[in-house]
Unconditional design. Sequence first.
Length: 119
Amino acid sequence: MPAIKPALNSKYMKITLKMTNLDMTDAIRNYVQEKIDRLEKYLGETQVINCDVELERMAAGQHKGDIFRAEVNLQIPREILRVEKTEKDLYKAIDKVKDHLEEIIVSHREKLRDQKRGK
C-alpha cells in the first residue's frame, strides 16, 4: 500500500507526496520540497492549482539493484504538466524530473506568450 503524506508546507504551492515501496524520511521530504520550490522562478505569475509528486522503488527485473521512479504532475489552469523519470538513484531521479519540468514550464510560458502576441 503506497504511503500518501499530507501536503508539504511549501511557500509557493501545495505539494502532495506519495511514496510506494519507500519509507518517508525527512531528508527525502525536504529534498523534494527544495527541488519543487526552485520551479517557482520559472512559473512566474502562473497559478499552480496542485502539485503531486510520486516516488517509487520498482522491482529491478533484469537489472541489478533497485530502480527508482519519480513522477510530478503539476496542474496549472487549463493544463497538466507531467514528467516521469527512472534512475538507479532516487535523488538523481528527482533531479532529472525537476530539470525536465523546468524545460516544459519554459516552453509552455513561451507558447502562451507567442499566442498573446499573435504569432
